[in-house]
Design a protein around this ligand. Structure first.
Ligand SMILES: [Ca+2]
Ligand SMILES: [Ca+2]
Length: 235
């Protein structure tokens, strides 16, 4: 009986946490015009909000909301249970932007004993952590020179649209400045590949990233910057 109670409480807490954080997991996917949920996929419509953050938060409050449109010129929100796929018969979604769960359209690449994905879109470190975890993975931990070189080769083999200059990895010195650990742990890292003069900005830069101008050597960088992020799962 006690065990059952513990399970119920655990599930309740877990479920509540996921719902509360759902909107932070949604990435801007596409700018759209005239698209809307499938007829059978409406979760809700809100005609009175005027900010995309409110739309995303609204989605959190609806258990069935799996993706969301923000209509830029009216501020309306429309939540879908799944993804959109038809042109809106009413035109309500004209000028809308679509937000959906984290995804990996480039696919998972197997190297050695791990699989890696560079997530779609850009995001700050905290949201990157959540996005990787939502896919049952973690932000990549670069353990040695071989893995570091593999990641560099993977990135160099890909073409990215827009201005992509840095890729978060899963290390931080937020607890004690200058002591770099795997995020969420106190395990100080061994292998490092800092670029020239890095790390250099003390407590204002507590995250780490592979940096394109330094041939993907590492920099420390502020964790609120919106960058690409690499997820890893051990196989
Ligand atoms: Ca620092
Ligand atoms: Ca730096």
């Amino acid at each position: 009986m006690v065990r059952l109670l513990v399970v119920v409480v655990y599930l309740s807490l877990t479920y509540g946490k996921v719902e509360a954080d759902k909107w932070t997991l949604f990435q801007r996917k596409e700018s759209l015009d005239g698209k809307m949920c499938k007829y059978t996929n409406f979760a809700f419509t809100n005609d009175s909000v005027h900010d995309k953050t409110v739309c995303l938060f609204e989605c959190t409050n609806h258990v069935n909301c799996g993706s969301i449109f923000h209509v830029q010129h009216t501020g309306n929100c429309t939540g879908c249970t799944e993804s959109y796929d038809i042109v809106s018969p009413t035109g309500l979604a004209a000028g809308s932007v679509y937000y959906g769960p984290a995804s990996c359209t480039i696919g998972w690449l197997s190297i050695g004993s791990s699989r890696y994905c560079i997530l779609d879109g850009i995001m700050n470190f905290e949201n990157g952590v959540k996005n990787c975890e939502s896919m049952k993975t973690h932000v990549v931990t670069v353990e040695d020179m071989d893995e570091n070189n593999d990641l560099k080769s993977m990135i160099n083999s890909m073409a990215f649209s827009g201005d992509v200059s840095a890729f978060y990895i899963g290390f931080t010195d937020v607890a004690v400045d200058g002591i770099w650990t795997e995020y969420g742990t106190t395990d100080e890292i061994g292998f490092k590949d800092w670029g020239p003069g890095e790390p250099n900005l003390g407590t204002s830069e507590n995250c780490a990233a592979l940096y394109v101008p330094y041939n993907l050597q590492w920099i420390d960088i502020g964790c609120n910057n919106e960058l690409k992020i690499i997820c890893e799962k051990e196989t």
